[in-house]
Design a protein around this ligand. Structure first.
Ligand code: KOT
Length: 837
């Protein structure tokens, strides 16, 4: 139910002419500083100026947004709704300046008055509303949707506390609360008038209505209000400005001081706190699933608010919901928003009395589902009792969906009870669970994986029964990243160099980077390419010094692994290589090796013991290596704290070597791999996720491949994998493990890393021991190749030149064409004046 729904007969419009000239920008900046922040330039802080400037830019976005939304309404376009529990957009100001086309002029204008724009950009607190790849992908897709002029809304949650800030204390990760809203957020518009009630808990009763039809009444235990906060998302070099609409939970009624006696007053406050708790904090675990009640409530709250919003918007312009599926396409970003399948059925059937079959037809046409993981422990399944407690009506609807679905399965596979049990929405093999991936498959018309390999594995393992049932519903859409943020914005030096040769059309058509191939061996271009990389490395070296106190040599090879900490991503395999190099240098201090700086970054889920221990291991090895005079600066190890979008933008442009070393079959796609290669880093990697396609695109000769394939991993495991045999038979590996277990990196404490060592020797689920030798060999080859500057530079240029496929624009075009059936809508910037609607 919409809590308030009024429209005014007038809209206020403003002239849009020349809103990007320096005069009007400067005037607005001063006005915002004086009249919004109440500051004179004499006392304004960097934060004040950032804020006034952000408001100045936001005004330009809002003008485009109003034009955009009016065009969508007038033209009755189909709109894509991206449903995601996570978004990691990164800082907005720089990106908006880039997309408006005014970054260089603004930067020069700041320089003219002796100020550095970067200091102001640095003031922005990024919205850390996600854990990693999944949330960042959602942000790249919003950027591409707007750039491709596709009508779209991103729906999500406005967590008050996003992903924690990471500090490293005594080598261990410490989590600091992320107070991203502490200085106010100039990018969002609070819409208290766009609010919906969301019911939770309680019980259901069925009554016959006057015509004798059975109607269901859900008597909730509590009701929470969802309020909209909108962030404009402008496309690059277009007028399209879409919106990211995030929901904040509030208590239904704001309590009234006069009306309550003391006891009620405290109850009222308590109710407010309990309600607001819903969107208080992002769950900080990446892939392992944690079945917490509050998390289920968050998921449902997002879906209910978003669907109610879509229905309200729809009914504003259409007489009924009969053509709902022609106006809306909803993409489920993994199963976190999968409950929306059931919620749409409830809204249509219970609240609008639409017949079940018609509602189901609409629902399946509206939704499509992207799977982002093959890890069994990450698949969401809710214990039935918990589900019944939070969403009693939804459980009834799930049972009905399942009854009808399993009837069709039995018709198709008569007598095959095990097939029906495997496909069922309810796992009944022990304690009963609701399987969210099955719900998403049944409730969607399209299902996709995020890389070619991942999709094949989905079809042959995780979702095999669904693939056999509905092969036509399966698609692969390999992930992509936005070249705006991850090259044009974050690597201005490389951008300028590329533009000097091929112009800037690549920013909107990344395949155009291919034109760089003809310069791959040009000595002058190569020299400039190296100079750019060196300058970027110097900049990162300064940041490393400032953050960690460690001095690193920008001439050394920057060998980087940044991503969430997880055993399957094998940061500890990287550590085994470091210890191997260290031992070589200790044995022969005059040994000539390629000087390397090995850089790590990434957060560990606070409750993931092994991941935290790997951070401690990296720090401990770094401590020993960095202060050992025998190593003589040929090897440095750095853990760069608090890897987030802001830091990522400094790190990718400075990489020589990108480590993408997950166990084959475990990483669904990866997107960091694409960002590194786009910035000219060479990859050392396994045949996992999108690495396979990156290698195909850049050519096998420009990629350092190692490790067992998925098939080999399966075979090794089927034979009864014994990691200890690798320890016994490989002398170098044995020395590495022995040094680690001796307590050498732990001030003599043999217990500290024991869990890691024992896991490697006796368990090794992720086959580090089996992949060690080929990893070391390929690392040696990478080291040798780096010394051949011309060859390395050629490979680096070719990596960038061949990244066209990995633009999120390509991925979004595939979603538009194959899954959403939506087309671009051109937005004209019209003069805006006060007029009657
Ligand atoms: C988390 C919980 C449940 C299901 C999936 C996830 C998940 C998957 N979180 N992040 N991912 C990553 O998504 C990226 C975007 O598709 C992939 O590139 C990456 O391989 C996934 O690990």
């Amino acid at each position: 139910m919409a809590i308030e729904e009024k429209t005014t007969p007038f809209i206020i419009k403003e002239a849009s002419d020349n809103d990007l000239d320096m005069e009007s920008l400067g005037r607005d900046l001063n006005e915002n500083l004086f009249y919004y922040l109440g500051k004179s330039p004499l006392v304004a802080t960097l934060q004040d100026i950032y804020h006034a400037f952000a408001l100045t830019v936001r005004k330009r976005l809002l003008q485009r947004w109003i034009n955009t939304s009016m065009a969508y309404v007038k033209q009755k376009v189909k709109v894509v709704c991206y449903f995601s529990a996570e978004y990691l957009p990164g800082p907005h100001l720089g990106n908006n300046l880039l997309n408006l086309g005014i970054f260089p002029t603004i930067s020069q204008a700041f320089a003219r008055v002796g100020a550095n724009l970067d200091y102001f950009l640095d003031q922005e607190e990024e919205p850390g509303l996600g854990n990693g790849g999944l949330g960042r992908l959602a942000a790249c897709y919003l950027d591409s949707l707007a750039t491709l002029e596709i009508p779209a809304i991103g729906y999500g949650l406005r967590y008050e506390f996003g992903i924690f800030d990471q500090e490293i204390r005594d080598g261990w990760q410490a989590e600091i609360t992320d107070k991203w809203l502490q200085w106010d957020n100039p990018w969002e518009i609070h819409h208290p008038e766009i609010a919906y009630e969301v019911k939770l808990g309680g019980c259901c009763q069925t009554h016959p209505d006057r015509d004798g039809r059975l109607v269901v009444h859900w008597h909730p235990e509590r009701v929470v209000k969802g309020v909209a906060y909108d962030t404009p998302i402008l496309g690059y070099n277009v007028n399209t400005c879409n919106v990211l609409r995030l929901w904040k939970a509030e208590a239904i009624e704001s309590f009234d001081f006069q009306a309550f006696n003391k006891g009620d007053y405290y109850d009222a406050v308590d109710e407010k706190l309990v309600s607001e708790n819903l969107t208080k904090v992002l769950y900080p675990n990446d892939e392992p699933f944690e079945g917490k009640k509050l998390r289920l409530e968050q998921q449902y709250f997002l879906c209910s608010c978003a669907l109610q919003d879509m229905i309200r918007l729809h009914l504003h312009f259409a007489p009924n919901l009969g053509d709902f599926h022609e106006s809306w396409a909803v993409q489920l970003n993994d199963t976190h928003p999968a409950i929306s399948v059931v919620e749409l059925m409830r809204l249509l059937v219970d609240e609008r009395q639409i017949p079940w079959d018609q509602a189901w037809d609409t629902t399946r046409k509206v939704f499509s589902y992207t799977n982002h993981t093959l890890l069994p422990e990450a698949l969401e399944k809710w214990p039935l009792p918990l589900f019944a407690q939070v969403l009693p009506r939804h459980l009834e609807i799930i049972f009905e969906i399942n009854r009808r679905f399993l009837d069709s399965v039995r018709l198709r596979y008569p007598g095959d009870n095990s097939k029906a049990a495997r496909l069922s929405l309810i796992d009944e093999s022990g304690d009963r669970y609701v399987r969210m991936a099955h719900l998403a498959c049944v409730g969607s018309h399209a299902i996709n994986g995020v890389s070619a390999l991942h999709t094949e594995l989905l079809k042959s393992s995780t979702l095999q029964d669904f693939f056999e049932l509905w092969p036509e519903k399966f698609y692969n859409i390999t992930n992509g990243v936005t070249p705006r943020r991850f090259l044009a914005l974050s690597n201005p030096r490389l951008t300028a160099l590329i533009n000097s040769k091929i112009g800037s059309d690549w920013i909107k058509d990344l395949y155009k980077l291919r034109q760089l191939e003809e310069f791959a061996e040009d000595p002058d271009f190569q020299q400039s390419w190296r100079e750019v990389k060196l300058a970027n490395k110097r900049q990162l070296a300064n940041a490393i010094k400032a953050r960690t106190g460690i001095s690193v040599d920008p001439q050394s090879m920057f060998d980087i692994q940044v991503k969430r900490l997880h055993e399957y991503k094998r940061q500890h395999l990287n550590v085994l290589h470091i210890i191997t190099l260290y031992l070589r240098l200790k044995k022969d201090p005059t040994l000539e090796i390629t000087p390397r700086t090995i850089i790590f970054g990434g957060k560990a889920a606070p409750g993931y013991f092994m991941a935290r221990l790997i951070i401690k291991l990296i720090s401990s090895v770094a401590e020993v290596v960095n202060r050992d005079p025998d190593v003589n600066d040929r090897l440095k190890v750095v853990f760069f704290p608090n890897f987030n979008v802001k830091n990522a933008q400094k790190i990718y442009p400075a990489a020589d070597l990108s480590q993408q070393i997950s166990t084959a079959g475990k990483e669904a796609s990866g997107t960091g791999n694409m960002k590194f290669a786009l910035n000219g880093a060479l990859t050392i990697g396994t045949l996992d996720g999108a690495n396979v396609e990156i290698r195909e695109e850049v050519g096998p000769e420009n990629f350092f491949l190692f490790g067992h394939t998925v098939e080999e991993v399966q075979y090794i495991k089927a034979q009864g994998y014994n990691p200890y045999l690798y320890y016994q038979s490989n002398e170098h590996l044995r020395e590495v493990i022995d040094l680690l277990r001796s307590g050498f990196f732990a001030h003599g404490d043999r217990d500290l890393f024991r869990p890691l060592v024992e896991s490697l020797l006796y368990q090794d689920d992720y086959l580090l021991m089996a992949d060690y030798q080929s990893y070391i060999e390929r690392q040696d080859e990478a080291g040798m190749t780096f010394l051949d500057k011309k060859r390395w530079t050629r490979m680096s240029i070719l990596n960038t030149a061949r990244m066209g496929k990995f633009s999120s624009d390509r991925a979004i075009q595939e979603y538009c064409q194959h899954i959403w059936q939506v087309k671009p809508t051109f937005i004209e910037l019209q003069d805006i004046t006060l007029e009657q609607v």
